[in-house]
Design a protein around this ligand. Structure first.
Ligand code: FAD
Ligand code: NAD
Length: 406
C-alpha cells in the first residue's frame, strides 16, 4: 500500500512540535513526513523581544532543525511556501512543489497594521529573527550616531513602542534594562533617552488583572518608561509618530517606532481560499477548516472559539504547542485507519509576562497571581519545559534559562 504523504508547513511551535511528535509515534513504513521551513532553524518567537532589545543574543533563541528533527525519519525541506492549493492537494514553494495526502499548516503570524499610514514602510516589527536583529542593530546605530553629529538629534534617542499588549510590555521591559547599558557604552546621558509606550485602550494590557497591570506599570515607570494611554497611533513617518489622545493630535519626533500592536494569521492561508478572519481560519474541533478533511491548521493561523467568553482564544505559543501534540495524535489515528478523531480543547495553564530578565507578572492555575521574582522564575520554568518537550534535557542545558537568581 502507498505510504501517505504528510506535509507540515512552518517550523514554529506548531509545525516543529507536530514533526517531533510524529517522528516518535509513527513507524518508518507508516507515512512520509515532510517539514518545510524558510530557515534551517526553529526560533522561539516568545524570546524575540529580548533579541530585539539586545538583552539576549539571537543564537540563544534559534535552534537548528537538525538538532531536534531526526532527518532520517522526517524529510526537511528548507524553502519558502508561496502558495497552498487545497483543491489540488498541492503546495508551491519558491524552488518546487509538494503533493500531500495530509497537510498541517503552521505558518504563524504577521504584524497587523490596520492600514495605518506609514507603518509598513517606517515601523519595525518583532516578527522573526531577522526583524528582531534589525531592531537591535538600528537602536545601537542611533546611539552610536548621536555623538557623531554636530547638531544633537533627539529623534535618534526617542524609542517609541506601539501597543501595550503583552508583546509591547515585554519589549519595553527589556529596553528599560538595555538602555542604561547602551548609554554607558556610547557615552549618552540616560536622561536624554526616552522609551515611550503608546496604547490606544484605556489601560495597558487590556483585559488582564488590574492589580498586576499596575504592578507592571510601576516597575516599568521606575526604570524610565513613559506611557501614553488612551492614545491611538495614526501615522508613522521617517521622522515622527503621530497619535491622537483626547481628540488632540500629538507628535513624537523619532526614527525608531517598533510596532507591537497586533497580529494576524499568515496571509498565505487567506490566499489559499480557506474562510478566514485576518489570516486566521475558523477550524473544527479536530482543527480542520470547513470542507477540507485532509488539512489541519495549528497555531496562529487557526481560529478557535472560547465558548465561555464567546470570543476567539488569543493566539499563543501555549495553544500552538497543544494543538500540535493533538494533531500529531490525530494523524496517527488516521494513518492507523481509525476514522475517529479526538476533539481539541485547550488546557490553559495561565499567562506570565516578563518585565525584563528578573521581573514579571502572571496569573497561573486559574487564579494564582504572581509578580516579581516568583513570576520571573515561573516564566523560565515554562520556557525550559518547552525545550524539554522539544529536545529533552540536552536542549534545556544548551538553550534553557537556568539562571533563576539573576
Ligand atoms: P510561529 O512561531 O510564528 O512560526 C511560524 C514558522 O513558519 C516560522 O518558523 C516561520 O519561519 C515559518 N514560515 C512563515 N512563513 C513561511 C513561508 N512562507 N514558508 C516557509 N516557512 C514559513 N505566547 C505564549 O504562549 N507565551 C508567551 O510568553 C509569548 N510571548 C511572545 C512574545 C513575543 C515577542 C511575541 C511576538 C509573541 C509571543 N507569544 C507568546 C505568542 C506566540 O509566540 C505565538 O502565538 C506563536 O509563535 C505561534 O506559533 P506558530 O507555530 O503558529 O507560529
Ligand atoms: P495584542 O493584540 O494582544 O495587543 C496589541 C495592543 O495594541 C492592544 O493593547 C491594542 O489596544 C493596542 N493597539 C492596537 N492598535 C493600536 C493603535 N493604533 N495605537 C495604539 N495602540 C494600539 O498583540 P500582542 O501584544 O502582539 O500579542 C499577540 C498575541 O501574542 C496575543 O495573543 C498575546 O496574548 C500573545 N503574547 C503572549 C505573551 C505572554 O503570554 N507572555 C507575550 C507576547 C504575546
Amino acid at each position: 500500500m502507498k505510504k501517505p504523504n504528510i506535509v507540515i508547513l512552518g517550523a514554529g511551535y506548531g509545525g516543529i512540535m507536530t514533526a517531533v511528535k510524529l517522528q516518535k509515534s509513527l513507524g518508518a513504513n507508516d507515512a512520509n513526513v515532510t517539514l518545510v521551513n524558510k530557515h534551517n532553524y526553529h526560533y522561539q518567537t516568545t524570546w524575540l523581544h529580548e533579541n530585539a532589545a539586545g538583552t539576549l543574543h539571537h543564537d540563544r533563541t534559534r535552534i537548528q532543525i537538525k538538532d531536534v528533527v531526526n532527518t532520517s525519519k522526517v524529510n526537511f525541506v528548507q524553502d519558502t511556501v508561496t502558495e497552498i492549493k487545497p483543491d489540488e492537494k498541492k503546495v508551491y514553494l519558491e524552488n518546487g512543489d509538494l503533493s500531500y495526502d495530509y497537510l498541517v499548516i503552521g505558518l504563524g503570524f504577521e504584524a497587523a497594521t490596520f492600514g495605518i499610514p506609514g507603518l509598513e514602510e517606517h515601523a519595525y516589527m518583532i516578527n522573526n529573527i531577522n526583524s528582531a536583529r534589525l531592531i537591535r542593530q538600528h537602536i545601537e546605530y542611533n546611539f552610536a550616531k548621536y555623538n557623531n553629529e554636530a547638531e544633537r538629534n533627539q529623534e535618534r534617542l526617542n524609542i517609541v513602542v506601539g501597543g501595550a499588549g503583552f508583546t509591547g510590555i515585554e519589549f519595553v521591559g527589556e529596553l528599560a534594562n538595555r538602555v542604561p547599558e547602551l548609554c554607558k557604552e556610547y557615552d549618552v546621558p540616560r536622561e536624554n533617552v526616552r522609551i515611550i509606550n503608546v496604547e490606544a485602550a484605556p489601560t495597558a494590557l487590556p483585559g488582564f488583572d488590574p492589580a498586576l497591570v499596575e504592578y507592571a506599570m510601576n516597575s516599568l515607570e521606575a526604570r524610565g518608561v513613559e506611557f501614553k494611554i488612551g492614545a491611538m497611533i495614526k501615522e508613522v513617518t521617517p521622522h515622527k509618530l503621530v497619535f491622537e489622545k483626547d481628540e488632540q493630535r500629538e507628535e513624537i519626533p523619532t526614527n525608531t517606532v517598533v510596532w507591537a500592536a497586533g497580529v494576524r494569521g499568515n496571509s498565505l492561508v487567506e490566499k489559499a481560499g480557506f474562510e478566514s478572519n485576518r489570516g486566521r481560519t475558523p477550524v473544527s474541533d479536530e482543527l480542520r477548516p470547513n470542507g477540507y478533511d485532509d488539512v489541519f491548521i495549528v497555531g496562529d493561523c487557526a481560529l478557535i472559539m472560547n465558548e465561555e467568553s464567546g470570543r476567539p482564544y488569543p493566539p499563543t505559543a501555549q495553544i500552538a504547542i497543544q494543538q500540535a501534540e493533538h494533531t500529531a495524535a490525530n494523524l496517527k489515528r488516521l494513518i492507523n485507519g481509525d476514522g475517529h478523531l479526538e476533539p481539541f480543547t485547550p488546557d490553559l495553564k495561565g499567562t506570565v509576562a516578563s518585565l525584563g530578565h528578573d521581573d514579571a507578572i502572571g496569573v497561573v492555575f486559574d487564579d494564582k497571581k504572581l509578580f516579581g521574582w516568583s513570576a520571573s522564575a515561573m516564566k523560565k520554568v515554562i520556557d525550559n519545559r518547552y525545550l524539554l518537550k522539544l529536545g529533552g534535557l540536552p536542549l534545556v542545558l544548551k538553550k534553557g534559562k537556568l539562571n533563576f537568581f539573576h
